[in-house]
Design a protein around this ligand. Sequence first.
Ligand SMILES: [Zn+2]
Length: 482
Amino acid sequence: MRTNPLSFVNFLGGSPLNRLSWLRSSPGFVNAVLPSRTSRWIVFNQGQPLIASHPDTNRRSLALLPTADIQSLLGETPYFGQGQLPGSSAEPEGEGGKVPSVLEAARLRGLPVVFLGLLEPKHGAVASEQVAKEDVKASAEHGEPAPAQRSALPTSDFTDPERAIAQLADCTPYFTLDVADAEPGVLDEVLKNSALAKEGHALSFIEPRGAMSSLDPFTAGVFAEARSMMDWNTRNRFCPGCGSAVHSLWAGWKLSCTSLLPWADNTGKKPCPSGKGLHNFAHPRTDPVVIMLAVDETGEKILMGRNKKFPGKFYSALAGFIEPGEAFEDAVKREMWEEAGVRVWNVRYHSGQPWPYPANLMVGFYATADSAAPIRTDLDNELEDARWFTREEVRAVLAHPSGTNFTRRDYKQIADEVDPPVKDQQQSKEAASAHAIAPKDEEPPFRMPPMTAIAGVLIKHWADGGSVDGGRVSGYSTKGNL
Ligand SMILES: [Zn+2]
């Protein structure tokens, strides 16, 4: 029985990258990192990641392209710290001779680019990727913190840009790029001439939820950061304060109003309110969502619900966005009442999971409820059904070969609810054929999410007899979660 749920590293979490947030504003650093031979790029096209299919096995994986492959898409130099005119650098000004803060590692022209972080190897750049993969995989299997993650927390000795650059040869920098606004011909050439294509890999942009099954634990962590960041960069084009265009700075980690640029002509305009103070719209959003299982007082039953948009027979933990003015515990209680008409108490944290569709943070809980009290789904009408399941029922479905299979077709059905339908004929064909060759064994009585979703983790942890009592009862340290 696992007694330390807080040590669990969920899929999409546990990225081993050192994000080096204090060096994002240094154009000297990010411009030096970018052309590194070891740099790798995650490429998106309107939120869809570039996926490589292996020529022999057809196995899919996230395409990680070297800088040499994508350089023709990046536009003029400098890539970061751009000045007013194409090809110019942001110049220091004023008495102190500092670059204005609205130009710190700014990218005023060109496709959106974000610096994600460095993989700091213990044994050299190329070997490190494999080491990190194995570390995270072992961690995911055993429910322990990833060693690579622990060692890569921002305690590294990158105290200044020069020193960091000197250590680059030992590191793998990660970047992400969105090519939606690239010239179609240029993009086609880039993909055709990439090292992966020359090795025979087929490259294509895939609906991201379906692509998740192609991610190993290492790339899943990097993908989660990349997708949320690129979504934020590409969908925020105008300043919420005054409606002017925004531009990127801090290597993709901040957006600023162009009315604040030193050369902006603001004649006749009111000063933009974003010119003073801190602004949450200038920095990337993270939207917290509580996701929870109510456990009855005997500990032998859990409450799951079926959302109207779920694929066939799926039941899962209830979930909902945290609203302004709520603590996690308040949101858990409110959502359980609104969706299932159930009062819960004794809310206990389990673990969290980044969910990059587009920028959610799933925060997982158990709570106690009375299974004899009536259930009602007519309050907010979000659920089609909600009911209590016994441990035996849940274990039987977990053991069933189709019990927790989330197919690409299922992901596509969910995605189509929130995104425009994907025009990917290859994918549609695969989905259709996957459906056609589905095992003909007896269907499970219901289905549940896989372990790549935190709901699947919460369900399985309880079904396996893991502690659902939370930190106060088990007495473990929350430090274990780092
Ligand atoms: Zn503005």
